[in-house]
Design a protein around this ligand. Structure first.
Ligand SMILES: *Cc1c(COP(=O)(O)O)cnc(C)c1O
Length: 389
């Protein structure tokens, strides 16, 4: 179906931060398949884990015990301080799990028709419930009736959440990204994240932090909320978890743990041996190669480099982000930059119309990061100059 406005290029193979197209042209990949390929392309640990597991068994279903799924759940709980995990195959599905969990949690606690507070500019997926939670009218248009039970408030505004609490008696949870990705790389204040934690404790709501894009080391911590030193009650994951093998996860802790019983939720493909082998190898390599401090350092290098290289360019409004989740906001729509960069052998993305988004592999070297800065800054300067003329 015609669901994507695709760019006219197809890649045949990759290595680290580099991809090659059918004509043999080489590209610097500053997008990593939308924050998926954190270890870059063809990482030997992932290739080994997948090929070895494929030769043993790929799928058995959740009618049986799956050892690799148990091991992955243990590891994710260790890294996050969470208590239990449900596995699925995408970010939308991980958020669906969170939404169903919050409703059932409310139901168990005598709250009928539980409502979830969600944010403006939020992105939680494209299934009907997650699309309804998403704060993007363009994505929602035509798909009404949307799923009810969401209360939308401005992002990074604790007062708006307090006001919502005064008007509704049936709130069961807050669903929030601590760093909005699709919404334009908007970073929430640490103080705001801590206030959300307090409000949830005060009202017995679940704090559900969508780490689908910001998780698995992307911001320089395993999970972006760890910068604020809080623990969520529910945490959906996906993108970077399996290095490209589809896997999603929804983690729960404290009062959110134990809500689901057999029969409440499920997924045929969820947590299969192949995907879990890929995810375990991803976590192991991320740790072994010290990619968390590396991602933080490369993020600083890129942001500082861009700030210097783009100094005095009036069209550049702000350079922001955390770790390797970076946004460059321009004063005008700049979707056209994606095509220009592609011609130039550079893969970038534009989100929220005016924000150039960079999500390079976590393994990007300092030299590659400097090359990215030089090439992108030249493109943005030329774009700004042409538009001004
Ligand atoms: C990408 C994304 C999703 C949706 O994930 P899919 O795998 O595309 O379903 C949900 N939440 C956030 C924060 C995302 O970035």
């Amino acid at each position: 179906m015609n669901t994507y406005a695709r760019l006219p290029v197809s890649f045949t193979h990759g290595q680290g931060v580099w991809l090659w197209d059918e004509a043999g042209k080489k590209y610097l990949d500053a997008l990593a398949g939308i924050a998926v390929s954190g270890l870059g392309h063809s990482h030997p640990a992932i290739v080994k884990a997948i090929t070895e597991q494929a030769a043993k068994v790929i799928h058995t279903s959740n009618l049986y015990e799956v050892r690799l799924q148990e091991m992955l759940a243990d590891r994710l709980c260790e890294l996050s301080g969470m208590d239990e995990v449900f596995f699925c195959t995408s970010g939308s599905e991980a958020n669906e799990c969170a939404i169903k969990l919050a409703r059932l949690y409310g139901h168990h606690n005598g709250v009928a028709n539980g409502a979830i507070i969600v944010m403006e500019q939020a992105w939680h997926g494209r299934t009907l419930a997650t699309l309804s939670a998403t704060g993007n009218r363009k994505a929602q248009a035509g798909f009404e009736p949307l799923v009810p039970g969401f209360i939308r408030v401005p992002y990074n505004d604790a007062q708006a959440v307090r006001q919502a609490a005064e008007h509704s008696r049936n709130i069961v949870a807050i669903l929030v990204e601590v760093l909005q990705g699709e919404g334009g790389i908007n970073v929430a204040d640490t103080e705001y994240v801590r206030l959300l934690r307090e409000l949830c404790d005060e009202h017995n709501w679940l704090l559900m932090i969508d780490e689908v894009q910001s998780g698995i080391g992307r911001t320089g911590k395993w999970f972006a909320h760890q910068w604020a030193d809080v623990r969520p009650d529910v945490m959906p994951l996906a993108k970077g978890l399996g290095s490209g093998v589809p896997i999603g996860a929804c983690l729960a802790a404290g009062r959110a743990a134990g809500v689901f019983k057999p029969g409440n939720h499920g997924a045929t493909f969820g947590g299969g041996p192949l995907a879990c082998a890929a995810a375990l190898a991803t976590l192991e390599a991320t740790e072994k190669e010290s990619l968390l401090p590396h991602a933080a350092a490369m993020g600083e290098l890129i942001r500082a480099g861009l700030a210097e290289a783009l100094a005095g360019v009036a069209a550049v409004k702000e350079i922001r982000g955390k770790g390797l989740m970076i946004g460059i906001e321009l004063d005008r729509p700049c979707g056209e930059l994606v095509r220009r960069a592609l011609e130039d052998g550079l893969l970038i993305n534009v989100t929220a119309e005016r924000v150039v988004r960079l999500l390079p592999p976590l393994v990007i070297s300092a030299e590659e990061a400097r090359e990215l800065v030089t090439r992108l800054a030249a493109l943005i300067r030329a774009f700004a100059a042409k538009q001004a003329a």
